[in-house]
Design a protein around this ligand. Structure first.
Ligand code: C5P
Length: 297
């Protein structure tokens, strides 16, 4: 017997970052939107905890207990007095170290899969609590759709989405470390007054209306200057996508994946085709939003 869970990637349509806190984290106003690029995690009974991974980026995925899927299984087993005797197989389609919460997605998926495999039936609240311990973006991977994340991003308020948004994602030739991007944010912010992060009414209204032009005009990412400072070539990818007709271009989360919002599906296909031949990125994918959160398939 085994359980497979499908889980989406995310893009941040607003990422407002406050000053570094004493604990090293940053308060955020983080508007998450789940997009239709998915990993699948399959949990099967085994002698002991084991992780395997397949997919184009599988070689970059850690297969030890630092993997968030392994940490999720261990946290659930510990909390409910089970043996973490499970084989977790990750079919990976979300870019690794890309700023699309691929690792967080696998953590949320493993949690839901082990909960079902072990017949625990933990409540949504209990699962969300474990997610928040695993990482700031993990609760959103569980719920999907769209949500405002406050605190370090883990406290979620669901948001209404009035229509489909068509995205194009350009994957870069190398990854960026999220802590390194936040450190660069701190360095660039030195000596400046950083305001409290607050959600943008324009972003929330555009999402609620399902209006791509309004969303394109409203998106912001406070981590983008830091990501560009560490990875200057991303500016060329952003420019190539804009020139190809994207309504807007931005770095996804801490990067280095770049995200392009298109007016509709056919425009997204055109932007993707132009980016593919631009020589400014490694691979290009299109994906609609919103997408459902972690779901047993
Ligand atoms: O929560 P998570 O483990 O995913 O965070 C990874 C790293 O990203 C943290 O160690 C921290 O450096 C940075 N981070 C932050 N502020 C947040 C979320 C993450 O500084 N709100």
């Amino acid at each position: 017997m085994s359980v497979t869970v499908r889980v989406p990637a995310k893009v941040n349509v607003q990422l407002a970052v406050g000053a570094a806190r004493p604990d090293g984290y940053h308060d955020l106003a983080n508007v998450f939107l789940a997009v239709g690029l998915y990993d699948e995690v399959t949990a099967t009974p085994a002698e002991e905890l084991r992780i395997t991974c397949e997919g184009p980026d599988a070689g970059q995925v850690p297969l030890d207990r630092t993997n968030l899927a392994a940490r999720a299984a261990l946290a659930l087993a510990e909390r409910y007095g089970r043996e973490p005797a499970v084989h977790l197989h990750i079919a990976k389609d979300i870019p690794v170290a890309g700023g699309m919460a691929g690792g967080s997605a696998d953590g949320a998926a493993a949690l839901v899969a082990c909960d079902a495999l072990w017949g625990i039936g933990a409540s949504r609240e209990e699962l969300l609590e474990i997610c928040a311990e695993l990482g700031s973006d993990v609760p959103f991977s569980l719920v999907g759709g769209a949500a405002l994340g406050t605190g370090r991003g883990e406290r979620l308020t669901p948001l209404e989405v009035g229509g489909a948004f068509h995205w194009v994602f350009a994957m870069a030739g190398r990854g960026l470390s999220t802590p390194a991007v936040f450190r660069e944010f701190d360095r660039l912010a030195e000596g400046r007054d950083i305001p409290e992060p607050t959600a943008s009414d324009d972003v929330l209204r555009a999402l609620a209306k399902g209006d791509p032009d309004a969303l394109a005009a409203a998106v912001t990412n406070d981590l983008q200057p830091a990501a560009l400072s560490l990875f200057p070539e991303l500016a060329e990818t952003l420019a190539a996508g804009r020139a190809a007709g994207a309504l807007t271009a931005l770095v996804s989360g801490s990067g280095p994946t770049t995200a392009f919002l298109a007016r509709d599906e056919s425009s997204a296909a055109e932007v993707a085709e132009t980016l593919r031949t631009s020589g400014t990125c490694r691979t290009v994918r299109t994906a609609p939003a919103p997408a459902a959160g972690a779901t047993v398939v």
